[in-house]
Design a protein around this ligand. Structure first.
Ligand code: ADP
Ligand code: TYD
Length: 211
């Protein structure tokens, strides 16, 4: 095969995306795959700079519209410099959050801006993942996990449980809208149980991609 595979993890804060993305990358590497593990916002030098602009500071620092532009600008840089070259080189790209997060967080959380998000996505990004793993779980549990990390990047987590509940519902609806690429996994289990589930779906997806 000459082209790689693009896998994303989605879900509410604290659902276990970073943990599972890392575990999946380690397992696939041990099986001989070339893996690029990356995240959004971020994943390239410019996008990491935009990350600190959007994730730190006052929750009202940016309007929802400005946020859409910032997240999309970061995504475009990440796509050009990290994701597309790796896919073209036949690698497996595992990304912690991608455009579905913008559809949810900016498209839903402060009014109905989904149409604007989709329009900008088709203009500037125009690429969906080959497979999206949604780690679904109860927001109260997710928030407890996320808060226990104690980082300075708490702007979104500060939005609280109400928003996370809306996000969970939104992600589940999105998984039906894009049923061809979404896999929904129950995140309220041990890390190893979740990882085994993630791996079995990924192995299916990667069949045919030379290890
Ligand atoms: P996310 O990237 O979705 O915000 P993380 O992977 O950073 O979530 O996990 C949030 C916190 O919960 C971390 O401290 C992590 O160690 C812990 N965690 C992850 N998965 C589980 C799990 N299955 N059970 C219990 N704790 C978990
Ligand atoms: P992330 O570092 O993945 O946080 P967590 O590990 O807590 O899930 O993402 C940081 C925050 O950025 C998260 O609250 C969701 C938000 N976000 C958006 O609002 N829009 C986006 O397009 C992306 C990629 C993230």
């Amino acid at each position: 095969m000459t082209t790689g595979c693009f896998i994303t993890f989605e879900g509410i804060d604290g659902s276990g995306k970073s943990t599972q993305a890392k575990k999946l990358a380690e397992t696939l590497r041990s099986q001989g795959f070339e893996v690029v593990l990356t995240r959004e916002p971020g994943g390239s030098e410019g996008a990491e700079q935009i990350r600190s602009l959007v994730l730190e500071g006052d929750p009202d620092r940016w309007s929802a519209e400005t946020e859409i532009l910032l997240f999309t600008a970061a995504r475009r840089d990440h796509l050009e410099r990290t994701i597309l070259p790796a896919i073209a080189a036949g690698k497996v790209v595992i990304c912690d959050r991608f455009a579905d997060s913008t559809r949810m967080y900016q498209g839903l959380s402060r009014g109905d801006l989904r149409a604007l998000v989709d329009k900008l996505h088709s203009l500037m990004i125009g690429r969906e993942p080959d497979m999206t793993i949604l780690i679904d779980m109860d927001p109260a549990e997710g928030l407890k996990r996320a808060k226990s990390r104690n980082t300075s990047e708490e702007r979104f987590e500060d939005f609280g449980e109400g928003l996370q509940r809306q996000m969970r519902q939104g992600f589940l609806e999105l998984s039906k809208e894009y049923a061809d690429r979404f896999i929904v996994i129950d995140g309220a289990r041990s890390q190893d149980e979740v990882a085994a589930d993630v791996l079995s779906h990924t192995t299916n997806q990667l069949k045919g991609l030379a290890a």
